[in-house]
Design a protein around this ligand. Structure first.
Ligand code: GAL
Length: 326
């Protein structure tokens, strides 16, 4: 009788395990903002303050991990909804300078000339925010550990929240918050993208903008930023320009006064066969419990070439083939 009971119990457990595996294996058809997102193995996704780039048919999502001495992790997806973990790109052991570092807002671009993936990020050390440096790393393979190059202050400027942008002519730019986050400074990178070549301009001096994200649509570059209130959300703003070096428009509000409880980190053009849509990636930070922070994907729409609108939706369905986001 006891054996029978144990057998039945075993059977039930097996069925439960099989059912859970089936649920995990099933592709998500939409994602729900504000909830915990799991990768295809059922683990929580760690890619905060991240960026994306497309390589072949995959979108790669690379962002802050912060667990167990890992700084930057890599995921990939064909549909922007089901994410497969591919590896850790930068850890405490990658370089002596990283032993007690804090790495934020990593962004990666591909350099066609050198065949290397280059990562720029915000570097701090020892639990403070006083180093205010940029850091650079590279890899031949986007899924494999990156080689750390250095941390430094570009042209001696402080450098905190940042982004990286590669233009269609192959020139890459780094934009970061300087002078205690009062200024946003745009730099042109060297041809190998491993250093800054030129300090180009200061955007809205004294404007106190951070969390920059750049996207180009038609003739215009758009730059989205947040104000400076730490982990707490605030009014997102954007500006547009025909050239990255300006002149830039005035900053205009986007979303509500807390950007629908998000802070900008990246904008992905989803290029389908017939149309291109734009996906806003924001962080819904939990400053007290960092790992409780959520990722938010919102559709971003454009009107009359220069006006853009963020849509506060709970469920997001992305059709990459059609280039549609609902
Ligand atoms: C935010 C910034 C984050 C992080 C945080 C720390 O404003 O965008 O990346 O640095 O402050 O308080």
């Amino acid at each position: 009788r006891y054996k029978m009971k144990m057998f039945k119990r075993g059977l039930v457990l097996c069925m439960f395990a099989l059912m859970s595996a089936a649920v995990l294996a099933q592709d998500k058809e939409y994602i729900v903002n504000g909830t915990e997102w799991l990768d295809t193995e059922g683990n929580v996704i760690n890619a905060h303050g991240g960026g994306m780039l497309k390589v072949g048919e995959y979108y790669y999502w690379i962002g802050e991990n912060r667990r167990d001495g890992v700084f930057v992790s890599c995921y990939r997806s064909k549909d922007l909804m089901n994410w497969e973990f591919r590896g850790h790109l930068l850890t405490r052991d990658s370089h002596a300078e990283l032993d007690k570092a804090n790495i934020e807002r990593p962004k990666v671009v591909y350099n066609k000339k050198t065949g290397k993936y280059v990562m720029w990020m915000h570097y701090e050390y020892g639990g403070n925010y006083d180093k205010a440096r940029a850091a650079v790393a590279w890899s031949d393979d986007i899924e494999k550990p990156f080689t750390y190059v250095k941390s430094f202050r570009p042209f001696d400027n402080m450098s905190r929240d940042c982004t990286l942008y590669r233009d269609s002519d192959g020139t890459a730019y780094f934009l970061s918050a300087a002078r205690e986050n009062y200024d946003l400074i745009l730099y042109k990178l060297t041809d190998d993208y491993l250093d800054v070549k030129e300090q180009l301009l200061t955007l809205w001096p004294g404007g106190h903008r951070e969390a920059p994200a750049i996207v180009k649509r038609g003739k215009y570059y758009f730059l989205m930023t947040s104000g400076c209130t730490g982990w707490a959300p605030n009014q997102g703003k954007y500006a547009y320009a025909k050239s990255l070096t300006g002149p830039w428009s005035e900053l205009k509000n986007i979303g509500d006064n807390v950007t629908f409880d998000t802070q900008s980190t990246f904008i992905v053009p989803v290029e389908g066969k017939k149309q291109t849509s734009y996906l806003y990636i924001g962080d819904r930070w939990d400053g007290r419990r960092y790992f409780n922070s959520k990722y938010i994907f919102f559709p971003l729409s454009f009107h009359h070439d220069t006006t853009k609108e963020l849509h506060n939706v709970e469920k997001v369905k992305i059709d990459v083939k059609a280039g549609k986001i609902n």
